[in-house]
Design a protein around this ligand. Structure first.
Ligand code: SF4
Ligand code: SF4
Length: 82
């Protein structure tokens, strides 16, 4: 999964781009639900939130490192295809 750092400026452009609905407004900044973030695997070649973030504050989450296979399995589960 990816994560949003405290450099987030709450610009709101990433939230509607997420195909999994993983991004939400947290208490202070936007946050990513690691259970829903597939790093866009299954939907797009590149993480869509990273593409649009103007301050480049969406790195990989070191607490939720996953392989492509794990991300694909998450995608299949989320979409009811597993
Ligand atoms: Fe959503 Fe993709 Fe960003 Fe994960 S990488 S939060 S699935 S847009
Ligand atoms: Fe924050 Fe970047 Fe999302 Fe804007 S696009 S809300 S700066 S994480």
């Amino acid at each position: 999964a990816l994560m949003i750092t405290d450099e987030c400026i709450n610009c709101d452009v990433c939230e509607p781009e997420c195909p999994n609905g993983a991004i939400y407004q947290g208490e202070e900044i936007y946050e990513i639900d690691p259970n829903k973030c597939t790093e866009c695997v299954g939907h797009f070649d590149e993480p869509q939130c990273q593409q649009v973030c103007p301050v480049d504050c969406i790195p990989l989450d070191p607490k939720h490192e996953e392989t492509k296979d794990q991300l694909m399995a998450k995608f299949l589960k989320l979409t009811g295809k597993a």
